[in-house]
Design a binder for this molecule. Structure first.
Ligand SMILES: [Zn+2]
Length: 390
């Protein structure tokens, strides 16, 4: 079993990227694939009320959870998420072939809606499990077609009343998520596999720049209240502020109203993704950026409002577990600027992450890649981890 088994699911023929958003046809097909892999191994499949799938080898408490997610960002790569799920099933196969009888249950997981590509909140499935995201808030989230999560789940035969906190954490003793690296640290350290130390604090903010729609030809430049100008100034400011702070700031999504080529916009809605090494640095950068956005808007007689859609604190992974895995695998340790389900579960259960080398460092793009030999090394590492912990 390899990533080839699911390579065609949700792949856009034009871009070659994946569009595997929560509860879409592609996501449903991946769920069926996961259920089939569980059945083929005689593992009991449990789907919780949030759509998270778990394939159990053995039963009881203090289980060792391995796995990741199968959904993608718009035009995502083949590895972010699925590599962890496929490697987990492969590790189970190896251990069984070696005749291992685990001392605790081993569970392969597929967390729902990790990327938040449809409803805007990342790690929705794992955040619902822990209660970090409330059921009410989640169910009311709307996708770009105006459909709520409640409507979408109902259409897929799921009962929205079952969405929310679960007792999963009572039965899980450890979580290890394998993931393709989103950066080039492992290239620099010349290692196929690494162990995560921490996840940077990160968040998503919506900025609404409001002005006045008017004619592109008949309105003098000095008479305009064009919100696009303050938006553009904000994008330019974000590069400087993030560079100065050694942080990251990205505007990757934009909606313009009314959206006419020959009309001054009335509103520009933009989404900021920002990350920094610590929470103080992140807060400072976002505050400074909003200050510059307001100053630019004031100059044009427009306004800007900021809405925090999701903000995740810094995560420091369990130190004894990290040290144990790093010495077991003789692997380097590295931090990451990307969020993960492992980060969400980390405050509740000892959690670790393994990264597999990505030669270009490119992720959230069809160019995302990992060598076959490195993917094998990832399976070797995960197998060794499960053997050691279970
Ligand atoms: Zn991921």
């Amino acid at each position: 079993m390899t990533l080839d088994d699911i390579a065609s699911i949700g792949r856009d023929a034009g871009t070659g990227g994946y569009r595997r958003f929560a509860w879409t046809d592609a996501d449903m097909e991946l769920r069926e694939w996961f259920a089939g892999e569980a059945a083929a191994r005689g593992m009991e499949l449990v789907e919780d009320g949030n759509g998270n799938q778990f394939a159990w080898w053995g039963s009881g408490t203090d289980a060792l959870l391995i796995g990741s997610h199968l959904d993608s960002v718009p035009d995502g790569g083949a590895y972010d998420g699925p590599l962890g799920v496929v490697s987990s099933f492969a590790a189970v196969d190896r251990l069984r072939a070696d005749g291992l009888a685990p001392s605790r249950p081993v569970v392969v997981g597929n967390f729902a809606d990790e990327e938040g590509a449809r409803f805007g909140i990342a790690c929705a499935g794992s955040q619902l499990v822990t209660g970090a995201l409330s059921a009410d808030k989640a169910l009311g989230l709307k996708d770009r077609d105006g459909l709520t999560m409640a409507e979408v789940m109902t259409a897929r035969g799921r009962d929205p009343r079952n969405v929310g906190r679960t007792d999963l954490l009572d039965s899980i003793g450890t979580f290890v998520e394998l993931h393709v690296e989103q950066g080039r640290s492992l290239v620099h350290s010349d290692a196929a596999v690494g162990v995560a130390t921490a996840i940077w604090p990160h968040g998503r903010w919506r900025l609404d720049f409001c002005g006045e729609a008017n004619h592109a030809g008949a309105t003098l430049m000095q008479d305009r209240h064009d919100p696009m100008q303050a938006y553009a100034a904000t994008v330019l400011a974000s590069r400087q502020l993030a560079t100065d702070a050694g942080a990251r700031a990205t505007f990757g999504r934009l909606e313009v109203e009314p959206g006419g080529t020959n009309a001054i916009p009335s509103r520009v809605r933009a989404w900021l993704d920002a990350r920094a090494a610590d929470e103080g640095e992140l807060d400072r950068m976002v505050d400074d950026l909003v200050g510059q956005a307001r100053a630019a808007a004031d100059r044009d007689g427009t306004t800007v409002t900021l809405t925090a859609e999701s903000v995740s604190p810094a995560v420091e992974f369990d130190v004894p577990l990290r040290d144990r895995l790093a010495s077991l695998l003789d692997a380097p340790v590295l931090p990451t600027g990307a969020g993960h389900d492992a980060g969400v579960l980390s405050p509740y259960v000892p959690t670790a992450m393994l990264f597999v080398r990505n030669p270009t460092g490119v992720s959230h793009s069809p160019a995302e890649f990992a060598d076959e030999a490195d993917c094998e090394a990832g399976v070797d590492a995960l197998t060794a981890v499960v053997r050691s912990l279970a």
